[in-house]
Design a protein around this ligand. Structure first.
Ligand SMILES: [Mg+2]
Length: 410
């Protein structure tokens, strides 16, 4: 086991101006303009509004006075919660070690993924890209050795940024920051410290713990002393057992153009490939196959099918997803499709030796059922060694293995 102490493997991922970004995503007229969500109290504001001095939790009147040109919109909690679900799906596709902090931020520990997926920085770059491509939102990621520092890094890296703090640069990064960057320094503590000429984290680090305790009390004193010295032993802990593994692809608006059957099938094949590979890497088997659709109007629909036995077998899952897709083709034809996702739920640990065996029992009949699991294992090994692009299924190279049912009724 590789030691993780001393390496920056914790990501803090935090969506930028979350509610306001969802509004700008869904209404092009709001892009590049100051947007305030919530008329009474400001629930969120875009960076253009922040530039005028508008802040979250400010009264609506004061906000409009600061930024008269701001567009005020009512909150749409359903849209935010759907976006949050989609972003957390990207998080959980990145690593099983996800600790949600709120609707729009989480810690991810990617320390165990180096050999399989890449360095923490590479993973953070890919995560940001995936959130942008699949959910359409900007996200900032901080990467550091401790949770505390990763969170500070994402705050400093905003908006739409990536900030990596290597272990050797921690003090140089942390100490010049204003004390308000520290967790637990609210207005009262801030005033107490500033009244004594303590302005930066470095200033706090120079004070003996006993003196800080005398100033602020035992809890806050010890806490700030530890943070100023970047001592934060907390691990990333998953809030829930990972119930499903999924992946999705944004397709962009169809603008009335019907999607070809081959196009949709290629997307589905790639998604199933990715998801089942992750399941095998995590030694998980699942029974419930879910197909998720998002239409041109951002409405969503899901279809699911439960298998008689849990599996991580690519062709078994693919067959189920293709059957689900056939059932929704008329709906896709009339409503347009902007996103397609699949997930496999009801996950069990793969306690049995199934994946090590070349043959899976009762997975179907014929050649594919027999060679399928062995082929999956072989492909996973090649990709682990040479990267995911090393092996690509024929359909993804453009060869037509399309659906047997036409996409449009005529
Ligand atoms: Mg946020």
């Amino acid at each position: 086991v590789e030691a993780t102490v001393g390496r920056a493997t914790i990501l803090h991922a935090d969506l930028d101006a979350f509610y306001a970004s969802v509004e700008q995503r869904d209404d092009p007229r709001l892009r590049g303009r100051p947007v305030i969500v919530g008329g009474g109290v400001v629930l969120a504001c875009s960076y253009e509004a922040k530039a005028c001095g508008v802040k979250t939790a400010m009264g609506g009147k004061a906000a409009r006075r600061l930024c008269p040109q701001a567009i005020v919109v009512d909150p749409r909690m359903e849209a935010y919660s759907a976006a949050s679900t989609a972003v957390f799906e990207v998080f959980r596709n990145t690593t099983p070690l996800v600790e949600g902090i709120s609707i729009d931020e989480a810690f991810l520990d990617v320390g165990g993924l180096r050999r399989l997926v890449g360095t923490p920085t590479e993973i953070a770059v890919r995560l940001r890209r995936a959130v942008r491509a699949e959910v359409g939102l900007p996200i900032t990621v901080g990467v550091a050795r401790t949770k505390f520092l990763a969170k500070v890094a994402s705050a400093v890296g905003k908006p739409d940024g990536l900030l990596v703090v290597p272990p050797g640069a921690e003090t140089a990064f942390l100490h010049p920051l204003p004390i308000e960057r520290l967790w637990g320094v609210g207005p009262i503590t801030s005033r107490k410290l500033r009244d004594r000429g303590i302005r930066t984290v470095g200033d706090i680090a120079e004070i003996a713990e006993a003196n800080l305790v005398a100033m602020l009390g035992p809890g806050a004193g010890r806490h700030l002393h530890a943070l100023a010295h970047n001592r934060d032993p907390r691990h990333v802990t998953t809030n829930r057992r990972r119930g499903s593994i999924g992946s999705q692809r944004a397709l962009g608006f169809s603008h009335g153009r019907p999607r070809s059957a081959q196009e949709l099938d290629a997307v589905v094949v790639a998604l199933v490939d990715r998801v089942t590979r992750r399941m095998r890497a995590a030694d998980r088997l699942g029974r419930t196959i879910v197909l998720r659709l998002r239409f041109d109007d951002f409405a969503r629909a899901t279809r699911s099918h439960t298998l008689s036995e849990p599996t991580a077998h690519t062709s078994t899952v693919l067959a189920a997803v293709r059957a689900l897709l056939r059932g929704v083709l008329p709906m896709i034809a009339t409503r347009g499709l902007t996103q397609l996702g699949i997930s496999v739920g009801d996950l069990d640990d793969d306690g049995a030796v199934q994946l090590a065996l070349p043959f899976e029992r009762a997975a179907g009949s014929g050649l594919d059922a027999a060679i399928g699991p062995a082929l999956d294992v072989a492909l996973d090994e090649v990709r682990t060694r040479f990267g995911t692009a090393a092996v690509t299924r024929a359909v993804l190279l453009g060869r037509d293995q399309g659906l047997s049912v036409p996409l449009l009724p005529d």
